[in-house]
Design a protein around this ligand. Sequence first.
Ligand SMILES: [Cu+2]
Length: 172
Amino acid sequence: MLAPEKLWWKPMGRMEKTWLTVAFVWCVFLTLMMPLWYFFGKQNVPTETYRVTREQYAAQVNAFVDQYKVGDENGIPVVAPPPGSDVYLRASTWQWYPILQLEKGQTYRLHVSSMDLQHGFSLQPVNINLQVIPGYDYVATIVPTSTGEFTIVCNEYCNLGHHTMVGKIIVK
Ligand SMILES: [Cu+2]
């Protein structure tokens, strides 16, 4: 009786060796880039995170809106907080609340939290991305560097109205 031919121990071809080497070097390069880019990429938003209940956060947002409201756009309040202050943004299905009006060159502590599901804060066109998670108050220290109207889109799929979840930050 004859054993089946053991194809697998044929030596590797030149092309196979070359491509395996290329793939291995690329893996090493990408692995090294992860920590390097973390420290040198200047992409990390300075952040702090705190535990908060939905009720506490909703109360903070409402107090903030009541204190600094300057207008209204389609039923959503426009809020102009003083420079250097804490500003609050609330995510819920499927709305960003309120509209923030900030001043160029001033520092703000931007709080974001969610009332229900996980949402994604994505500021366009500058492409700043933050996770928005219920139960957590996520604080990013921001300095707007250009004036105009910036759109906040949700980039974490949150069910049927996800694509309609659009908010706004105005910088003057
Ligand atoms: Cu969403």
